[in-house]
Design a binder for this molecule. Structure first.
Ligand code: UDP
Length: 344
């Protein structure tokens, strides 16, 4: 009995694979290596002492996926495989819809035909847009996301809900807030492929001198210090939530459809400026920055009410922002020792 982890060599995927292996799940990874590198597989093995099965192919290739399902007794899937760059999604909408939705549908075809249940979907708090009140709980009304990337997440949720209802299957839609940090071993983290879009990788590279200055996108928001507020959740905490969500689905004996929805965040909002200051303090480094105009499409504030995950999964965020930011710096040092090529 194995769990298929698509995108299992990616940022959140690799951390989740480690947690699954630590909990004695058998793991089968499919990853096309489009946004990661092979050494992550070796590092997963070094951390856990176990080597998961790995297939390097694009999930749009249904015939290869069918072979994986033929070769293994798959009893669930955690689906991380997706393109995730918000700006790029606006420029290449058809590629984003094709990549993110065709791969999902291919897996669901296999699930449907083989009677498999237990599907965990990487969703995002972008489905809420700029919510009217904080914190955001799971009953907060959804808004049409501004980006194509966000739309693929919302469409993915709808496809999965219809799948669960029509075929009486169990799905869990996990809405992540802002994942940050690296594995405590410093062997896994977010790979610096291209110019980072996200705040923390950019801060990391600025502190390391790879980037000259951090651009802070706007300090005229209606927040305490004028910079935008997000809920930064440590990636290992996030990975553990996937195991808890999977265990809940697998333990459910109901014959009915089950559609779980959980917000995964810390419940605490931090401003861009607070993140920069916390990074400097945690790592005793300097992060030069300049204030720029607001970035198009950015919302002012988003932080989670994650009480439902605590109540139903027994999961909650445990790691502070400072601790998470320390792991980021250790990861940067590891990358430097590896001399991993940083593609500017
Ligand atoms: N941000 C910034 N400079 C950067 C990257 C991000 O000021 O180089 C800000 C961004 O405007 C937002 C916050 O940091 O307010 C988090 O952005 P990120 O892209 O990490 O996540 P988002 O919440 O937008 O998905």
């Amino acid at each position: 009995m194995a769990i298929l982890v698509t995108g299992g060599l990616g940022y959140i995927g690799s951390h989740t694979v480690v947690e699954l292996l630590n909990n004695n799940f058998e793991v089968v990874i499919v990853d096309d290596l489009s946004n990661t590198e092979r050494f992550i597989l070796k590092n997963i093995e070094e951390i856990t002492g176990k080597r998961p099965v790995f297939y390097p192919f694009d999930l749009k290739r249904r015939e290869l996926l069918t072979q994986v399902f033929d070769a293994h007794h798959i009893e669930g899937c955690i689906n991380f495989a997706a393109s995730k760059a918000v700006g790029e999604s606006q420029l290449k909408p058809i590629d984003y819809y094709e990549n993110n939705l065709f791969s999902l549908i291919n897996i669901l075809q296999e699930f449907k035909e083989r009677g498999i249940s237990n599907f965990i979907f990487s969703s995002s708090c972008t489905v809420y847009g700029q919510a009217d009140k904080m914190p955001i709980d799971e009953n907060t009304p959804l808004k049409m996301p501004e980006s194509v990337y966000g739309k693929t997440k919302q469409m993915g949720e709808e496809i999965l809900s219809d799948f669960a209802k029509a075929y009486q299957r169990k799905v869990s839609l996990l809405r992540y807030f802002n994942p940050i940090g690296a594995h405590p071993s410093a062997k896994l983290g977010e790979l610096p492929i291209g110019i980072p879009n996200n705040l923390v990788p950019y801060v990391m590279q600025t502190a390391a001198g790879v980037r000259e200055k951090l651009n802070i996108w706007g300090n005229d928001y209606p927040t305490e210090d004028g910079t935008a507020v997000r809920d930064y959740i440590y990636v290992v905490d996030l990975a553990k939530a996937h195991v808890a969500a999977l265990q809940k689905l697998m333990q459910s004996t109901s014959e009915e459809a089950l559609i779980d929805i959980y917000n995964l965040g810390t419940g605490k909002g931090s401003s861009v400026m607070e993140v920069v200051k916390a990074f400097e303090l945690a790592n005793i480094v300097e992060v030069p920055y300049q204030i720029c105009d607001r970035r198009e499409g950015d919302i002012t504030i988003a932080y989670a009410n994650a009480d439902k995950a605590e109540r139903e999964l027994g999961w909650k965020s445990e790691t502070s922002l400072e601790e998470a930011l320390k792991t980021v710096w250790e990861w940067q040092k590891y990358l430097e020792t590896r001399n991993t090529e940083i593609k500017l």
